[in-house]
Ligand binder design. Sequence first.
Ligand code: DX5
Ligand code: ZN
Length: 218
Amino acid sequence: ARDILIAPSILAADFADFGREVRAVEVEGADWIHIDVMDGHFVPNLTFGPPMVKALRPHVTTFMDVHLMIAPVDPMIEAFAEAGADLLTAHLEAGPHPHRTLQAIRAAGMKAGLAVNPGTAVDAAAPLLDLCDLVCVMTVNPGFGGQTFIDSQLGQIARLREMIGDRPIRIEVDGGIDARTAPAVVSAGADVLVAGSAVFRGGTADEPAAYGANIRDL
Ligand code: DX5
Ligand code: ZN
């Protein structure tokens, strides 16, 4: 059996209190912290960049999983390395040279992730897999938290699991993951579950018990 990791997305946390929110969710059982970087161009929403990742670094004792929903990616790689990201995930759709981008992420000393939108066949990732530590199958169209899980992505997850074979590459799923959808994505082959609203609902950094209960439910 594979170990399943839970990666709460701080997109659903209190934006005025990220430091305490990540510490709370780690105490309550988070394996990784998932950080959604959006540029207002690649996706129709805007969040934060390297300075925020750097400010969070001392608060995260687990693993900083940074999901870039930006284009272009390459000019920003060094800044995220300096900010302390452990893993940097770029979208396959972010530009014409994903191979170069993945090489550059590893050359900067980070683990490399490749995210694939629901409208892209995971087969397009085949030539890139040996440059990936993780492939993120988007189970919503990226840009916002709280969206509905796209069921047809289950087939893509299973296909990717087959393509990966015995290579040490994690499959992450991101979007609409909750206690109802989690069993299906795990059966299909996912082993890193990103969850925003399903983790942060019902609690606060001051009263984080609900975070723990939500993580155990997942
Ligand atoms: C969506 C982001 C997700 C988002 C997931 O573009 O990449 O990480 O926070 O939120 P939920 O879990 O609420 O669907
Ligand atoms: Zn994400």
